[in-house]
Design a protein around this ligand. Structure first.
Ligand code: ATR
Length: 270
């Protein structure tokens, strides 16, 4: 019998997850279906209840429901617990299990696909919203020397307090960045959606630096700035998207799909 999965979000029509999971299923000969489902903004819990009663085995969670998915989970993976955000639900014998595969997706894309080792690197993460919370536990466990910069300083402070027990995070203001250089800068702000550029100064990239935008599908002002500033590697977040999906697929099916051909195929389609 075909096992049913879905991705829940609002909006959802732009999601590439159905194509990604279809390619994974073909590649690993898994008999699954995977639908995009639009949840009303105030109806997340009832959407999940409906999926459970319709016999779905799990779902991916995208914006803006990752915190509600965390709250609804009865069991949590370590990274979901730490980040308080869930992007993968598994429905199992009346229990809802929540995991967060965003962080491992990001770290795997950077280290495995782009070949950039994160251990002991000076990493600057821009942003202090949901996207940043989701990846910080894994960036810390990868051994980065992590700094956060955010437009609203208070939210960055709250973030550092939240993760205090996991490791040391330096909190910076954009105005303070002039005198430092980083080996890796990750854009976890929503600035690329509005085609804006966070106020980074010239000279912020060390030689051989990586610039990574968690946004995917098009060149962003941050990626263009990074190229102009001589960053060695510049990447969008498509690899992260496919890697986090592969980790979710593994949680559901206990089979790990190969990601490289899927990244190439999805890139061809965009
Ligand atoms: P998400 O869940 O995608 O992280 P969010 O919670 O709304 O979305 O957070 C958006 C983040 O992008 C915030 O850190 C925001 O900074 P503020 O806390 O100061 O609002 C950041 N952001 C959005 N537009 C930005 C811009 N043009 N320059 C710098 N930071 C920006």
């Amino acid at each position: 019998m075909t096992d049913k999965y879905a991705v829940i979000g609002n909006p959802i029509s732009h999601s590439k997850s159905p194509q990604i999971h279809k390619l994974f299923a073909e590649q690993t000969s898994q008999d699954i279906s995977y639908d995009p489902i639009l949840s009303p903004l105030h109806g997340f819990t009832s959407t999940i209840k409906r999926l459970v009663s319709d016999g779905y085995k799990g779902c991916s969670i995208t914006l803006p429901f990752k915190f509600e998915a965390f709250q609804i989970s009865q069991h949590l993976s370590e990274s979901a617990q730490a980040s308080q955000a869930v992007n993968t639900l598994k429905f199992d014998e009346n229990t809802i299990y929540g995991a967060n595969t965003d962080g491992s997706g990001l770290v795997r894309d950077i280290q495995h696909n782009l070949g950039f080792t994160l251990k002991e690197r000076r990493v600057l993460l821009m942003g202090a919203g949901g996207a940043a919370y989701g990846v910080i536990p894994t960036l810390l466990s990868a051994g980065t020397n992590l700094s956060i910069v955010n437009r609203t300083f208070n939210s960055a402070q709250r973030l550092a307090e939240h993760f205090e027990t996991l490791g040391n995070i330096s909190i910076l203001k954009y105005e303070e960045l002039g005198s430092q250089a980083f080996e890796c800068i990750i854009n976890a702000t929503s600035s690329s959606i509005t085609n804006e550029m966070p106020p980074l100064p010239n000279g912020i990239f060390s030689p051989d630096a990586l610039a990574y935008d968690m946004m995917y599908g098009r060149d962003t002002p941050f990626m263009r700035f990074a190229r102009e500033q001589g960053a060695d590697l510049v990447s969008d977040g498509l690899g992260m998207l496919v890697e986090q999906a592969a980790e979710a697929f593994f949680i559901w099916r206990k089979v790990r799909p190969e990601t490289t051909p899927v990244i190439l195929e999805i890139r061809k389609q965009t």
